[in-house]
Design a protein around this ligand. Structure first.
Ligand code: ADP
Length: 470
């Protein structure tokens, strides 16, 4: 059932309940009023009869019956008078049956006045005393006109109630349709948004009500989705471009060398160049694989406790082995008081990739091919700074530096694919660490990473969760 039907039904149900209680109250109070009014008439009748019969000596029972027959009577009227011995002393209508028990008479005497209902008849009993006797006058009749008014009232209320239900059903359907119209509009607009039209935005109406808020929130989500799609699109096109460049170079070189027979020296030169391109391709695919691993396999990362300074020394040794011209100087900003302060809880392999990238960049982008690595220990974390005096990065370009495939304009003459820093940033983030970069063009760059030192066992679970949702 859709919301419109649900709202209409609920609205109608509420109206029906209100109408039912209001009609019941009207019926209840009207019936009470009718009873009171009829009892008054019975009382007048009973008292008039008693006064005439008991106080006016000239009037006897027969005369009173004749008077009664000729004066306006109630429907099925009967007035019976009992003396103190509960003996019937007068009955104005013997054909009309009325059962009055001893208990009823006693109760009337006790209360002074009592009313009963027997079948469709209403009965009123009054205790009446004169100087010599204590009588009970019982008057009964059928309230034909009152009952017929009540019947009428019941029919009117039923008709009013049924027609009100129909009206509320129609009104509810109309108003819920009006209230939900903006939502239907949003549904139609959202329906038209596809992967190729993520730039579309929903109308936000007056911008203040709940539905406008919904549209605004949805628009913000669309903006995030658009940015994510754009990033993915540019990632794929960048990746294919980076892959195509060395492949084109390899194909071109091989085609040219195969055009005619060459000397051995030429073959060796071309093969060396092709080998360098293949190495570059290899580095690129490794980088892409690392990035994919960080993005997909975070939950299955194996975490363990290890010394950060040892990892730094290992990375430095690796780098210097690969590039003999590179120089890595590792120093402590402050010496740790105990070994525990140097411990990190994380994935050693990934952190090695991140540190290698930072050391490699610092050496690669500086003329001296040298990097200064400073280890700062504090109570809760370990700060490692990679400092070089190289080409630096322009202020305007700094904000894009962590995007995959982004390379600063002054770095184009250096080998690279622009994947290292984005990978490093992801690795630091899944270790609940932080990375900050400060750079001045032609002066040098300083990249600072902060990693939490080995956490309590309970926090390690958190780190695992963070790494699985990062
Ligand atoms: P790559 O070095 O392969 O180009 P990275 O992702 O490691 O890719 O770096 C992205 C860009 O950031 C580099 O192209 C370069 O412009 C800039 N960069 C990174 N580190 C440094 C540094 N130490 N000095 C100057 N520029 C740097």
């Amino acid at each position: 059932m859709n919301i419109r039907s649900k709202l209409t039904l609920k609205f109608t149900l509420i109206c029906t309940i209100i109408l039912f209680f209001a009609s019941s109250a009207v019926l209840f109070f009207s019936d009470n009023y009718r009873k009171q009014e009829f009892n008054m008439r019975l009382k007048e009748k009973a008292l008039a009869t008693a006064r005439l019969l008991i106080e006016v000596k000239e009037v006897d029972s027969d005369l009173l019956r004749i008077i009664g027959r000729n004066s306006p009577t109630l429907v099925n009227e009967k007035v019976v008078i009992y003396n103190y011995l509960n003996e019937e002393v007068f009955d104005n209508n013997e054909e009309e049956p009325l059962e009055v028990t001893k208990e009823m008479l006693n109760a009337i005497r006790l209360n002074g006045e009592l009313s009963f209902i027997r079948g469709n008849k209403e009965i009123l009993g009054i205790a009446y005393s004169d100087r010599y006797n204590r009588f009970v006058v019982v008057a009964s009749a059928y309230d034909k006109y009152g009952m017929s008014k009540m019947r009428n009232l019941r029919i009117i209320l039923l008709i009013v109630m049924l027609s009100s239900i129909v009206v509320s059903l129609l009104a509810g359907y109309f108003y819920s349709g009006q209230a939900l119209a903006p939502i239907s509009k949003i549904v139609t607009e959202v329906d038209q948004i596809t992967v190729t039209s993520l730039n579309k935005r929903l109308g936000t109406g007056n911008g203040t009500d709940e539905i406008a808020q919904l549209a605004i929130t949805f628009n913000m989500m669309l903006a995030r989705l658009e940015a994510a799609f754009e990033m993915q699109r540019s990632f794929v096109s960048n990746a294919s471009h980076e892959l195509r460049t060395p492949l084109t170079a390899i194909t071109g070189q091989l085609e040219v060398i195969l055009l005619k027979e060459r000397e051995n020296k030429e073959y060796i030169t071309v093969l060396n160049s092709v080998l360098e391109d293949i190495r570059s391709l290899n580095r690129l695919t490794n980088g892409l694989l690392d990035l994919a691993q960080v993005n997909v396999d975070e939950s299955v990362l194996t975490l363990k406790e290890f010394r950060i300074d040892e990892l730094l020394w290992n990375c430095a040794a690796d780098i210097c082995k690969r590039q003999s011209s590179y120089k890595v100087n590792i120093e402590f900003e402050n010496m740790p008081e105990e070994e525990k302060q140097l411990m990190i809880w994380g994935n050693e392999q990934l952190l090695k990739v991140a540190i290698n990238n930072l050391m490699d960049n610092a050496c690669k982008y500086s003329h001296s091919k040298e990097v200064e690595v400073l280890i700062g220990i504090s109570v809760s974390d370990i700060k490692i700074t990679f400092k070089d005096n190289g080409i630096g990065i322009d202020d305007k370009e700094l904000q894009n530096i962590f995007q995959p495939f982004y390379r600063a304009s002054n770095a184009m003459s250096y080998k690279g694919h622009g994947l290292g820093l984005s990978l490093t940033e992801k690795i630091i983030r899944i270790h609940k660490g932080q990375i900050h970069i400060h750079s001045a063009l032609n002066k040098g760059t300083s990249i600072e990473i902060t990693l939490p030192s080995v956490p309590a066992v309970s926090d390690r679970k958190e780190l695992r969760t963070a790494s699985s949702i990062a």
